[in-house]
Design a protein around this ligand. Structure first.
Ligand code: GLY
Length: 264
């Protein structure tokens, strides 16, 4: 507020309920009142390990988040379905992806925000878990047909680690040459976010430069692949979190490592 970092938005203070718990990004395909749940993901918004440091656009994501049956039922029946019904009742039926950012509190799931899109970096892990039928599911949705559950089968796990520039999120260094992408690409999928080609050389062009995504049968395997690949990329000042997906992996291990399907 003192430095007006957010312009006029910094002139007013809004005090809200503090919600304690785990944050989870829940996605659903919505067609009017019908709701089909996609796998949930966990974003990691703070810059440093252990959820320390400044807030960022997202330092990495892991999916699926294991939601037990009761919790999944509450999310659908108390949050997603009433929201879809309310849009119909207002004469604006929604057809598309509904993203609910939730806090899983001791009193149950609470909504932080809604978006009408897949999240970033969540999409980079969620889309990889869905079967090849996803384009058909989107096509069916566009035509107003119910989404067939069989098209939304989920398999395995994915972990995406964001490789960021020195100084991110406050002031990011750019124009730094990037090395090692070919070695990293052997075991992972690499998404470019802030890269620029300068005279044929790939350089950093923003704060969040790349997301390196590993896939596997379990979160542990996916994490190992993502971090193996992240370790092969190099650019001066590169920073990334070492604990993306670690909490979820611990939860999955406590549930005897079975990664549940996130469909309904
Ligand atoms: N990862 C949060 C968002 O895309 O809004």
């Amino acid at each position: 507020m003192v430095y007006r970092a957010f312009g006029d938005a910094g002139r007013r203070v809004v005090i809200e309920e503090r919600l304690e718990g785990d944050e989870v990004s829940v996605f659903a395909l919505v067609d009017g009142e019908a709701v089909a749940l996609l796998p949930a993901a966990q974003d990691h918004k703070r810059a440093h390990d252990g959820d320390q440091g400044p807030n960022t656009g997202g330092m990495g994501a892991a999916a699926p988040v294991p939601l037990d049956g009761d919790l999944r039922e509450r999310i659908v029946s108390e949050i997603l379905e009433p929201t879809a019904r309310a849009m119909c009742a207002e004469g604006s039926p929604y057809r598309g992806v509904l993203f609910a950012g939730l806090m899983l509190t001791r009193d149950g799931p609470k909504v932080l925000e809604f978006n009408c899109r897949l999240g970033d970096p969540e999409a980079q892990v969620v889309l990889l878990l869905l079967s090849a039928g996803l384009p058909d599911a989107f096509a069916a949705l566009r035509e107003g047909r119910l989404v067939p559950d069989s098209l939304l089968d989920v398999s395995g796990a994915a972990v995406g680690v964001v490789l960021a520039s020195r100084g991110y999120p406050e002031r990011s260094e750019t124009g730094v040459p990037i090395f090692g992408l070919e070695q990293a690409a052997g075991g992972a999928l690499i998404f470019h976010s802030g890269t620029t080609l300068r005279d044929g050389t790939l350089t950093t062009g923003g704060g969040r430069v790349l997301t390196v995504v590993g896939q596997g049968g379990t979160l542990g395997e996916a994490r190992a692949r993502a971090y193996d690949a992240a370790g092969r990329v190099r650019f001066d000042g590169m920073q990334y979190r070492r604990d993306i997906g670690a909490r979820l992996e611990a939860v999955a291990q406590a549930h005897s490592t079975a990664v549940p399907a996130g469909r309904r």
